[in-house]
Write a new protein. Structure first.
Length: 812
């Protein structure tokens, strides 16, 4: 009975102890909740302080860039336009203004130009260095042209009023001084705060260190006025940041003040104390009730099972001990980890090994149990003694090395080997942890190889960030551009930009990079000395796993000398082309002279006949009409001849479709008289509807050159002089064959007939450029082929041999 009374008293005493503990715990938890909210306040303040520091640092860098703009460009419209371009990248900026003698001279907002702005409200007031960043009181409105300083307003303005914050910094350019005033968008900072904070109970404020409220998300706070003296703010000024509880306007807040790194600003994040803890207090009450009920039920259940507990205590203790041991072993061996784990005794005998290590060996635990660790088949012979020596003489806290191990596939793997010791049940055991770092080492080697290629390739390579700021360049880049790595790193790639290309060119280039991820082409840039050079540039975009742009890589070759050689080659080809054409013109003029003799004779005879009849008084209208018709036909023939000649001389460089059959016939017409005089017959077999792309006059010149070559080859032949011309389609190619029966080309000179200035005739009879230019036109201008071969054939029951020139052109 006494024991039951003692037990009951003990239960009652325990009940009160538990209730008191719950109350104390609740109080502690409440303090922890307050600490958590203070931590939230501190973290948010740090986050926004970091962002504000970055914004202000970027703005200071922008002011440095503005100084460069003023130094490089003295045209007002250019400077204003550059200021407009700058603020497009900064949504936190309303406008950028450059003042001289307190008057706005340049501005991204043209309406601001000419306004007088006094800087009496800027803070801090400079004592020694007047080139520091200063912050003004807020202005009401969107910009200077429509706004006014809060201090000039008699009525109050709350935080919902549209406003901006002017910040100023003086810059010196030679003997001139300018004040750069950048108007910050107050709404931007509030919007950014709300975009990152889901709770409406958190208040964000920006305060100048002299106490002027610049920005607040509390609509009841009056911006532009000094706040009441705050002990926490003073503590933050001395310690850079301070977090605590403060009563503001009779409301209790959890507050964090944090100063910016180099600027006279403090970020304030406040949480309403009562509202933040309201839900927690309710939960605390519910927790107390539920916990009390649970405690009472637990005590009753405990009393019920008290005797059962005593009876089973020993069994449960043994079971619990065994479970703890099993759990320790399980944790020790990291069964589910990515490590190779083994436990051995001080003699090196294997006690335990995890599944990953067994999988690596390709063995079961029974096969390796109690085996010496250094005798495992995974170790190379030369490493076994080293491992044995390290294990047998291990008395330090930790040993780490890289070893080669052979897996079950007989592959050598690099293992990060770690040896340490533990004490278990007064027995010293060794734990071996291995990590397969083969892939890591292979990647490191590939990275070294890639860097070696990067450093030593002959092509210039430049790596930038997503904003085209240069991060790294190789030696070839330095050699080609003249810029060293120190000169170019952290600069924009526009430092290489020349004035050769238009804005539209660069716009299309970046559009292609944005849409396709790369661009390549020919571009002209300038080197460090200002000299232009031509490069073949390839730009590739590097993305992260979320397809966001991380870097751009530009690889380029200097092709300036190549382009110069190409230009000289084009000039040479043009000269040869003109020389060839002049030779063809000379031959055509001779043809025209021959062709005009007969029609001129007809005209002369008919006209003389009419005059004679008139002189002797004979009136024969019928005969006179015949004579006039003869004169007209001859004149038409002369006109057509001149038209053909004029068409050949036209400087027409337009690439268009033309009919092969008609063009070949024109070529024959232009040179027909020579063949008539030499009694050379032309046999054609032309498909009528074949058309190709090219410059028609150039193709005529090719045909005339080949025909002239055939005519010259046939000049010594006494009879049976033939030139055969065939055109047809074959495998989506247009094929034109021009062959003669002059006996063919000597095999010794067959490979040289298309060389420039090569001729078998006397210098006065040929230049040796006709066939060379013909091949250049067909190959480079018409994307075809021109070659020659000897061919034996039968015609009119006779056997002949001759040169066959073959033209192959792409079908339209």
């Amino acid at each position: 009975m006494a024991s039951k009374i003692k037990l009951l008293l003990g239960v009652i005493f325990a009940f009160f102890i538990i209730i008191i503990s719950i109350l104390v715990s609740s109080s502690i938890l409440k303090e922890e909740a307050v600490e958590n909210y203070l931590t939230i306040s501190k973290l948010n303040a740090k986050s926004f302080s970091k962002e504000l520091n970055q914004d202000l640092a970027n703005i200071e860098q922008t002011i440095v860039n503005i100084k460069s703009i003023l130094k490089l460009d003295d045209k007002n419209e250019n400077i204003n336009r550059r200021l407009e371009e700058i603020i497009r990248a900064y949504p936190q900026i309303r406008s950028m203004n450059i003042l001289q003698n307190e008057k706005i001279k340049f501005s991204s907002n043209l309406y601001n130009i000419g306004l007088h702005i006094q800087n009496q409200n800027f803070y801090p007031k400079p004592i020694f260095d007047d080139k520091i960043l200063k912050i003004n009181t807020p202005w009401i409105g969107r910009d200077f042209i429509s706004g006014s300083d809060v201090y000039t307003q008699e009525e109050s303005f709350d935080s919902t009023t549209q406003s901006f914050i002017p910040i100023s910094k003086k810059i010196v350019l030679g003997k001139e001084e300018f004040d750069v005033i950048i108007n910050l968008n107050s709404d931007y900072f509030k919007d950014r705060f709300f975009s990152n904070i889901s709770s409406s109970e958190i208040i964000f404020e920006m305060i100048r260190l002299d106490g002027v409220l610049l920005v607040s998300t509390n609509e009841h706070r009056q911006i532009g006025k000094k706040i009441k003296r705050s002990d926490l703010l003073q503590a933050a000024i001395s310690k850079n940041q301070y977090t605590g509880i403060e009563i503001i306007d009779d409301v209790k807040y959890m507050v964090t003040y944090i100063l910016t790194d180099s600027y006279p600003l403090s970020i304030v994040v406040k949480l309403n104390f009562e509202k933040s803890l309201a839900s927690w207090n309710k939960k605390q009450y519910n927790f107390f009730i539920i916990t009390t009920i649970i405690v009472i039920l637990s005590i009753l259940i405990a009393l019920f099972f008290f005797y059962l507990y005593n009876r089973k205590k020993e069994q449960e203790l043994k079971l619990q001990k065994r479970q703890i041991q099993d759990q320790e072993k399980f944790k020790l061996l990291f069964q589910d980890s990515h490590f190779l784990a083994t436990v051995i005794d001080c003699d090196g005998k294997i006690i335990e090994m995890n599944n990953l290590a067994l999988e690596f060996l390709g063995q079961t635990f029974e096969e390796i149990k109690n085996k010496s660790f250094w005798d495992l088949k995974c170790w190379r012979e030369e490493d076994k003694e080293i491992i044995k020596e390290k294990v047998s003489n291990f008395y330090q806290k930790k040993y780490q090395d890289e070893l080669i191990a052979i897996n079950k596939f007989n592959e050598e793997r690099i293992i990060d080997f770690t040896l340490s010791s533990i004490i278990k049940e007064e027995q010293r055991l060794l734990v071996i942890i291995g990590l397969d770092i083969t892939v890591k080492r292979e990647k490191e080697n590939k990275l070294k190889q890639a860097y070696t290629v990067f450093s030593n390739t002959r092509d210039g390579i430049m790596i930038t960030d997503k904003n085209t700021t240069v991060l790294d360049v190789n030696k070839a880049f330095e050699k080609i551009t003249g810029y060293t790595k120190n000169d170019i790193v952290n600069k924009k790639v526009s430092i290489l930009k020349s004035v050769v290309h238009t804005k539209e060119f660069y716009k299309k280039m970046w559009k292609n990079i944005s849409e396709k991820g790369f661009w390549e082409g020919e571009i002209t840039n300038k080197n460090k000395n200002g000299a232009l050079f031509i490069e073949w540039l390839t730009i590739n975009t590097i993305y992260d796993e979320n397809k966001n742009v991380v870097n751009y890589i530009g690889i380029f070759s200097d092709i300036t000398e190549q382009k110069t050689r190409e230009k000289l080659l084009k000039e040479k080809d043009y000269a040869l082309f003109q020389q060839s054409k002049m030779a063809a013109m000379g031959e055509m003029i001779g043809n025209i002279a021959h062709q005009w003799r007969q029609p001129l004779s007809v005209i002369s005879t008919a006209a003389t006949g009419i005059l004679v009849q008139k002189s002797i008084g004979i009136n024969d209208p019928e005969n006179e009409e015949k004579s006039l018709n003869a004169i007209n036909r001859s004149a038409q023939y002369l006109s057509q001849t001149i038209e053909d000649f004029r068409g050949f001389l036209k400087l027409d460089k337009e690439v268009k479709l033309f009919n092969i059959s008609k063009t070949i016939n024109e070529s024959l017409s232009l040179s027909s008289m020579n063949r008539k005089n030499k009694q050379i017959a032309v046999i054609t077999n032309l498909e009528e509807e074949i058309e190709v792309y090219g410059i028609k006059n150039e193709f005529i010149q090719v045909m005339m050159n080949i025909l002239k070559n055939a005519e010259d080859a046939l000049v010594d032949k006494k009879s049976d002089k033939f030139i055969f011309i065939d055109s047809f389609l074959e495998d989506q190619k247009v094929v034109i064959k021009i062959k003669d029966n002059a006996g063919g080309i000597d095999s010794k000179i067959m490979t040289r007939v298309f060389e420039p200035y090569f001729t078998t005739k006397h210098q006065s009879q040929g230049t040796g450029i006709g066939l060379y230019m013909s091949q250049e036109i067909i190959k480079n201008h018409m994307k075809g082929k021109l070659f020659v071969e000897n061919e034996s054939f039968e015609f009119m029951s006779k056997n002949f041999t001759g040169a066959c020139f073959i033209i192959e052109l792409p079908f339209k």
